[in-house]
Design a protein around this ligand. Sequence first.
Ligand code: HEM
Length: 155
Amino acid sequence: MELHPALAVLAPLVGRWRGEGRGEYPTIEPFTYGEEATFAHVGKPFLAYTQRTWSLDTGAPLHAEAGYWRAGGDGRIEVTLSHPFGAVEVLVGTMAGGRLHLASQAVVTTPTAKRIDAIERDIDFDGDVLRYRIRMAAVGEPMTHHLAAELSRSS
Ligand code: HEM
């Protein structure tokens, strides 16, 4: 099926990805994780995204997230994401020079979720390798690095 023309700017994301990352935050112990992510399309102007992670120490499931990636024209990207810890994220950003920079426009949390005020995601593309970094302002901390990972396209 042909990718919707509006998604041309997101074409480098389409496929299945697998790799490893490292997480940290001033309030937690650093950790390493494995990750699998899929960006799929059905010919409409959005990519459907799912991701899951697991501890490299124990194999136990860690974070997972799912959502939709849209392209608004002029390199502008819009993303909605849902998290199992009771948060949803709306991000907007731009693709320029092989780097996608996204910043949260809104983060909404459920009554029992931890406090998350803002999130920033940078994704760099280099052929079949994707590297990302995620920062967040959460649990009373200012915008601070949380995650860095490198994934390779597996199909
Ligand atoms: C690759 C994806 C991610 C992994 C592997 C991951 C892993 C972890 C781990 C292991 C912890 C410490 C234990 C815990 O509190 O559960 C943690 C804490 C946390 N993470 Fe993540 N996380 C990921 C993505 C995210 C994202 C996207 C957000 C924000 C939307 C986020 C927000 C938080 C918050 C708020 C905490 C609590 C910090 C604290 O209690 O001091 N995480 N994460």
